[in-house]
Write a protein of this length. Structure first.
Length: 356
């Protein structure tokens, strides 16, 4: 990788020659401006205001404009001769915990490469010291005409430096937060926690720029004379009316995306004798809760009636058995002739009338 700055790290009395290399790259697609009438490219030319002549890059320098409009020329030699210890040095000023650095201060990222064989030993020493201390180094350096703040940390086996904004360059968030008072219920927080747990973690390497891929596909289709079909409109960007319903739907959608059965853990099990209780705060007279309670009461009454009927059934069978036994005893008495003579006379009379 091509270095953009050569200098040294000042680590106390230790000097480590290094080269500065960009750690990031831009993959965004850039467009040119054209004339819509004929497709000609629009170019910007640098013209001097005095003689109205176009000038080249070699003829352009820097100057500071004062309040009255007068210009004070400043050359690169002037800037290079500034009495700053950080002109060609990354000067470490402190070692602090990484959590003490506000992420809002993070700027461009660079890799620091050891410049030459003699730099390998002190470079490795600083790298291992940062690893063992679990801290980051705060440093000052000069780049592109200004002094900057940086943070040095270890990435794999390389020392990386993040450019930091100065604390006074961070704007206050005053007036950004909602001004109206909003109350968040525990139920909403529980659903938000459930959604966070369902989404889980993500492999950062699996994330990619969908917009850039879509633009590349559009350019390829245009070059081939094809027309891309427009994507279906997403209606999920409307106003959220019910936050609870939106959170529940989000949890279900996240579970479906992960291949889980949504609502499997939330469905109640059917058990005999289960009692239905309406949720507090949602009970309405004559409403659904009342109907559910009436239905449950009816089921309980039916179950109790069935149970009592089944308990009476053996009693009826016992009574029938005792009746049969008494009838058998009576017939036995008739057969042996030990029954009452009056009853026998009364019973024989009808038989005579039937024979006459």
């Amino acid at each position: 990788m091509r270095s953009i700055w050569n200098g040294a790290i000042s680590f106390g009395l230790v000097s480590i020659p290094i080269k500065l290399v960009n750690a990031t790259e831009n993959h965004s697609i850039s467009f040119r401006q054209i004339h819509l009438a004929d497709g000609g490219r629009i170019r910007y030319r640098k013209v001097c205001e005095i003689d109205e002549q176009e000038v080249t890059a070699a003829e352009i320098g820097k100057a500071y404009e004062e309040a009255d409009g007068s210009m004070i020329p400043i050359t690169d030699e002037d800037l290079g001769a500034l009495p700053l210890p950080t002109a060609k040095t990354i000067e470490i000023v402190a070692f602090v915990p990484a959590a003490s650095i506000d992420p809002l201060q993070m700027d461009a990222a660079y890799y620091l490469s050891a410049n030459g064989v003699p730099a390998a030993k002190p470079y490795t020493l600083l790298r291992e010291a940062l690893k063992r201390s679990r801290k980051v180094a705060v440093a000052k350096y000069a780049l592109r005409g200004r002094e900057r703040l940086g943070m040095l940390r270890v990435v794999d086996d390389v020392i990386a430096m993040h450019g930091l904004l100065w604390p006074d360059e961070i704007r206050s968030p005053e007036g950004v937060a909602p001004e109206t008072e909003v109350t968040v219920r525990d139920t909403e927080l529980d659903l938000a926690d459930a959604l966070m747990d369902t989404l889980g973690e993500v492999d950062m390497d699996s994330l990619h720029d969908d917009y850039r891929e879509a633009v590349e596909e559009l350019i390829a289709a245009k070059a081939e004379g094809r027309t891309l079909e427009p994507a279906e409109a997403d209606d999920s960007g409307g106003k959220v009316i019910d936050l609870i319903a939106a959170l529940e739907s989000s949890v279900r959608a996240a579970k479906e995306a992960r291949g889980e059965e949504p609502g499997a853990e939330e469905e109640p099990t059917d058990s005999p004798g289960a009692e239905v209780t309406s949720l507090a705060g949602r009970k309405k007279s004559g409403g659904t809760g009342a109907k559910k309670k009436a239905a449950a009461a009816g089921k309980k009454t039916a179950a109790a009636t069935k149970k009592s009927a089944s308990s009476r059934a053996p009693a009826k069978k016992t009574a029938a058995r005792s009746t049969k036994k008494s009838a058998a005893r009576t017939s036995a008495k008739k057969t042996t002739g030990k029954s009452d003579p009056k009853q026998a006379t009364k019973k024989s009379a009808p038989r005579k009338r039937a024979s006459a």
